[in-house]
Design a protein around this ligand. Structure first.
Ligand SMILES: [Zn+2]
Length: 267
């Protein structure tokens, strides 16, 4: 009796499974008709979603080695070993290493801007994929992922923290623990835009902390901090300082973009 029942269940199960798959295929086809895949930047038709066309891809100014090991800035030539830029020697950051997908220009800047200021998160998948690639080394050396927090006011006006969304995606693809509450802003800071390097540093000094209740989640951990754009590094420096004060074993920073001429921002 038992055997017959099993066979019946299999026979009954297969058409069900088949029907479900067929429906999924149909739904994908229907959504492709309603929302045909287009380039996330220029809207030209593509054969898949969450991608950009070759023309726009070529307009992303990727940051590739050789790099300054500390700041992630591109270096003019490769000496074969670890290289440290003059800027990192003059002003060593509190974090260990920073890496970013590309320069904050062209298509990458547009994609980040769209993601930051609109509710359309179309670029999210692509950006987090690019970030996972740029931060492969850092991800391999980390225990937890922590996003750079927004102030409460900014979170209310933007409705989401894009660094937190990217950190979430990275934690999913890397299986590292996502700790969104490990770091908080202790005070609101005026916007950094238009400030000099020195003013930026003063503006964010002491603006972050590890809450007491989160201390055990940070102590002894190698932290990978996620930010959207690194301009002078002042925000990341203050945030990393807070994590280290909170007992983190090390802090690296992974960002979408780097303002690589920030050395030019008036001192
Ligand atoms: Zn395009």
């Amino acid at each position: 009796m038992g055997e017959e029942f099993e066979i019946e269940a299999n026979i009954a199960g297969e058409p069900l499974l088949h029907r479900r798959l067929t429906w999924r295929c149909r739904l994908t086809r229907v959504s492709d008709i309603v929302f045909p895949p287009v380039c996330l930047s220029c809207r030209r038709g593509l054969d898949r979603h969450d991608a950009i066309c070759p023309v726009c891809w070529a307009r992303i100014d990727f940051i590739r080695p050789p790099l300054c090991d500390r700041l992630g800035l591109p270096m003019p030539y490769d000496t074969g070993g670890k290289m440290i830029s003059a800027l990192a020697v003059a002003e060593p950051p509190s974090y260990g290493r920073a890496r970013a997908v590309g320069h904050y220009t062209g298509v990458l800047r547009e994609l980040i801007h769209d993601f930051k200021f609109s509710d359309a998160h179309a670029a999210r998948k692509l950006l987090s994929r690019l970030m996972a690639e740029a931060g492969r080394e850092l991800l391999a050396d980390a225990d937890i992922i922590v996003p750079v927090p927004l102030s409460r006011q900014r979170l209310i006006s933007r409705r989401f923290n894009q660094s937190a969304l990217l950190a979430q995606d990275l934690s999913r693809s890397s299986a590292l623990t996502y700790e969104p509450l490990a770091l908080v802003r202790t005070r609101a800071t005026p916007r950094q835009v238009g400030l000099t390097r020195r003013e930026r540093k003063l503006n964010v000094r002491g603006a972050f902390a590890v809450p007491q209740a989160q201390a055990t989640r940070v102590a002894g951990r190698r932290v990978l901090m996620v930010d959207d754009v690194i301009t002078t590094g002042a925000t990341c420096d203050a945030a990393a300082r807070a994590l280290l004060r909170g007992g983190a074993a090390s802090v690296d920073v992974l960002a979408l973009a780097l303002v690589t001429d920030y050395a030019a921002v008036a001192a």
